[in-house]
Design a protein around this ligand. Structure first.
Ligand code: PAF
Length: 281
């Protein structure tokens, strides 16, 4: 597996692969890889001739009081995981390499970025859209793989690709969970043992909602109320949002109507903000 630290290095390999007519799958990550990332890399491996994993904690998607400095990092472990799955190249640039001394351009997706996580993370999605645009261009990827856990990110990136006619297919992949249901996330490492136990309330509340839907309930007000009540039973949990929106425009919905509905939650467990969701028809 190739380790590339510079954009020029990635381009050198990409040019070669493109000349040979090979397809390229990109898995954008911020490193500290877990089974969730592994599932994306495996899928990319199955569907492309070449697989590039980017491993870059992108500073522009963190707000001033967020966890940029403490975000977990372990590049050696990331390299081993990528190599074991058969990635061809891992791209690990510095912020200076990605953004140079000055950077005047950003990509902004309107409306879809205003609610849910965008409401408390105002610069986040501009940072995500800008960095993934750069990665798409550097890797000249045919396909890019994103986890459904960051469902708003997935919807925003899909919209950007649609609106700006990017020549890339965005593939959303299922959430990978711990045995007790907690969605895998690099930020789970911030949880104390007590908080880790409490965090199971997120997936448990969504499981209850799933059961309510399976039994025929279509009223999203009742479904989100059930989730809210369940989360409130956990003393360490504080709700940021419990929302039901349509999965393409992220507009609030009142009833399940056969189109994809995203039921998304963000909950603080102690100081750690966790997200989870289900997508239902
Ligand atoms: O989901 C993430 O890890 C990041 O937001 C991404 C897509 C790698 C962009 O930095």
């Amino acid at each position: 597996m190739i380790t590339a630290l510079t954009i020029a290095d990635v381009k050198k390999y990409v040019n070669e692969w493109k000349k040979n007519g090979e397809s390229i799958g990109l898995v954008p990550t911020m490193g500290y890889l877990h089974e969730g990332h592994a599932s994306l890399i495996k899928r990319a491996r199955e569907e492309n001739d070449r697989v590039i994993v980017s491993d870059f904690v992108n500073p522009t998607q963190f707000g001033p009081n967020e966890d940029l400095d403490s975000y977990p990092r372990d590049f050696e472990a990331d390299k081993s995981l990528c190599e074991s799955i058969g990635a061809d190249l891992i791209f690990h640039p510095t912020p200076e390499e990605m953004y140079g001394e000055s950077h005047f351009t950003k990509v902004h997706v309107d409306t879809l970025t205003e609610g849910l996580c965008g409401a408390v993370r105002p610069v986040h999605f501009d940072g995500v859209c800008t960095v993934v645009t750069k990665l798409f261009h550097i890797a000249e990827a045919d396909r890019a793989y994103f986890g459904q856990k960051d469902a708003q990110q997935l919807a925003v990136v899909k919209r950007m690709v649609h609106d700006l006619n990017y020549n890339i297919e965005i593939i959303g992949c299922p959430i990978i969970r711990e045995e007790d249901g907690l969605a895998k996330s690099s930020r789970n490492t911030y949880l104390s043992p007590e908080e880790r136990k409490a965090a199971v309330i997120l997936s448990a509340s969504l499981r209850d909602a799933g059961a309510m839907i399976d039994s025929g309930e279509k009223d999203l007000g009742k479904i989100t109320a059930l989730i809210t009540e369940k989360i409130k039973t956990e003393p360490l949990a504080r709700i940021d949002y419990v929302s039901a929106v349509d999965f393409t425009r992220l507009k609030p919905k009142k009833t399940l109507d056969g189109d994809e509905t995203l039921i998304a939650i963000a909950v603080y467990i102690g100081k750690v903000r966790l997200i989870d969701n289900i997508i239902v028809r």
